[in-house]
Design a protein around this ligand. Structure first.
Ligand SMILES: Nc1nc2c(ncn2[C@@H]2O[C@H](COP(=O)(O)OP(=O)(O)OP(=O)(O)O)[C@@H](O)[C@H]2O)c(=O)[nH]1
Length: 530
């Protein structure tokens, strides 16, 4: 997906702009803005939106001129990263009211509209599965009498997903089919009724009129427009035409797994002031993710996305397990047992690639080694966690730092190396940090998983000199660096953000975790004298 490349390019732009110590702050900002603008335009984002983003960013960054290069480079980085993150969030966020949420024990009618082939029928089933897994009684109605085979497609999808459906092979009036379907499911006390309509083009007046008639009969609580992410600049015009007729209240963006540039669809959000509520990430019925601007941008920048992960986790995991993990996270904790349950759940969640990007340190693993190899790596992680005692699993991981011989035992028991055990502990520590920052954000309004998140209590701080020295040594040892990157899934990184760059955690983060004397002693065994 081109948007994923965009994330990498933004990270690189921030890093390279800041690595040039010769430049003054204004030049650094200028270089960054140029790269950002080019990347966004190449991803098909509307020129006006890009221009606004550029101006806002410039204002924010130059407004902070005084604190620019005069303060530390690390601070400047954090400032720029935060500003870029906020502006990108604004790009996909719109200020409309909260999207509709279906209510239990009530009839909630959802109508789908969109262009031909945008993915309506597929997405109807995906959404039906989504609500059915959340305990709603869901039915599907096929009001597409225009395309031959539309009813068969919906029927096949519905049967596969075990969702009751309604349609007709003989009735040619979609308004009538829709009305009958709604009446039938209402009578049977269905809670969510999803109505699929035929695809249409903005120039097809008659079909637009028909869509309005269906809407008048089914009286939807929510109308969702399905938008193909690869539509490019045409998205804006099409969306406006649908908005005028169907007045949809939400957008479902499909095919975000492909090579879609996605920027056109983002522009449609701004043009219609309508929020994206879900994204389709594949052809499978479970390939649907709830959309939230912060989560989306976090993933785009490779920061990992604990919110979406939990959403998915709650759906497929044993509810008691999910509840326990939720409670832990709400308290700012994330134990090794939480980590293990999460890994096991992930294996159940369908295609690995969909969720890998939500976990720090996993993002690029899928791109670099492929799904099969990544799956093997995850299984290995489960073996490591299986070899831990109950006490170790229920701990926050520091137990291993206090007694590194435990790592040796676990490595032996799981047929892995101490280095691999250590890497898993680091990933769990990063998740723990994200849990802490999520809690901090809930309490104090801060940004989850953003720079400046609190340190893990009990971890002594490493002096800047020590940190610099350690980084130097790590750089001088390319073998070890490569090893770590392979283990964690890729190089690069958005400094200060764990798991950034789609995989490799920031070296500062890693070094902070290795600041404990025992950890440092362990590191020595792997050729890292600190
Ligand atoms: N890769 C990918 N393919 C998708 C996604 N959503 C839908 N598709 C595919 O897109 C194609 C068209 O999807 P449909 O659901 O038939 O589209 P439609 O909008 O109902 O089509 P009409 O009824 O002709 O308007 C199918 O091959 C789907 O499998 C997605 O999120 N990712």
């Amino acid at each position: 997906m081109v948007l994923a490349d965009l994330g990498k390019r933004i990270n690189n732009a921030v890093n390279s702009a800041l690595s040039n110590t010769e430049d003054d702050y204004a030049t650094t900002v200028d270089v960054l803005l140029k790269t950002l603008v080019t990347a966004l335009l190449e991803a098909d984002v509307n020129i006006k939106l890009v221009s606004n983003l550029r101006n806002n960013l410039k204002e924010t960054l130059m407004g902070n001129k005084g604190t620019g290069k005069s303060t530390s480079n690390a601070q400047t980085k954090k400032l720029i990263q935060k500003a870029v993150f906020d502006e990108l969030c604004n790009l996909v966020d719109c200020e409309s009211e909260q999207p509709f949420q279906p209510k239990k024990r009530k009839t909630n009618v959802i109508m789908f509209v969109g262009l031909q082939g945008s993915g309506k029928t597929t997405s109807c089933t995906k959404l039906a599965v989504y609500y059915s897994r959340r305990g709603f009684k869901v039915g599907l109605v096929c009001a597409d009498t225009f395309r031959a085979g539309a009813f068969d497609q919906l029927k096949q999808n519905a049967i596969k997903a075990h969702i009751p459906f309604y349609g007709s092979y003989t009735e040619t009036d979609p308004v009538k089919v829709a009305a009958e379907g709604i009446a039938k499911f209402k009578k049977e006390k269905f809670e969510v009724i999803i109505v699929d309509t035929s695809g249409r083009h903005h120039q097809e007046q008659a079909l637009f009129q028909e869509m309005v008639e269906i809407s008048n009969v089914v009286k939807p609580n929510q109308t969702i427009m399905v938008l193909d992410a690869s539509i490019g600049q045409a998205a804006e015009q099409q969306s406006k035409a649908f908005k005028e007729s169907a007045d949809f209240g939400a957008i479902l963006l499909t095919k975000m797994d492909g090579h879609a540039k996605g920027g056109g669809a983002i522009s449609a959000v701004a043009a219609t002031n309508t929020p994206i509520i879900f994204i389709g990430t594949g052809e499978h019925i479970h390939d649907l993710e709830k959309f939230s601007p912060k989560s989306f941008i976090s993933k785009l920048l490779g920061i990992g996305d604990i919110e979406s992960l939990l959403e998915q986790f709650q759906t497929v995991s044993n509810t008691d397990d999910a509840k326990a993990t939720m409670e832990n996270i709400q308290q700012g904790k994330f134990t090794l047992l939480d980590f293990k349950k999460q890994m096991q759940t992930i294996m159940k969640m369908g295609p690995l690639s969909n969720i890998a990007s939500m976990i720090p340190g996993m993002g690029n693993m899928m791109n670099e080694v492929g799904e099969e190899e990544a799956s093997k790596k995850m299984k290995k992680m489960i073996y490591v966690l299986d070899s831990m005692t109950k006490q170790e699993l229920e701990s926050d991981g520091r137990i291993f730092i206090d007694a590194p011989t435990r790592m040796v035992r676990v490595a032996r028991g799981s047929g892995t190396s101490v280095f691999e055990v250590e890497m898993i502990l680091m990933q769990q520590q990063m998740m723990a940090r994200m849990a802490q920052s999520t809690r901090a954000a809930q309490q104090g309004g801060g940004m989850p998983s953003m720079p400046g998140m609190p340190n893990i209590p009990g971890m002594p701080k490493m002096s800047p000199q020590m940190m610099q020295q350690a980084q130097q040594r790590l750089k001088q040892n390319p073998g070890l660096m490569k090893n770590m990157q392979n283990m964690l899934g890729g190089a690069g990184g958005f400094p200060g953000m764990p798991g950034a760059g789609g995989g490799m955690p920031d070296m500062n983060e890693m070094m902070k975790m290795m600041q404990n004397p025992q950890m440092q002693q362990m590191a020595k065994q792997f050729g890292m004298s600190m």
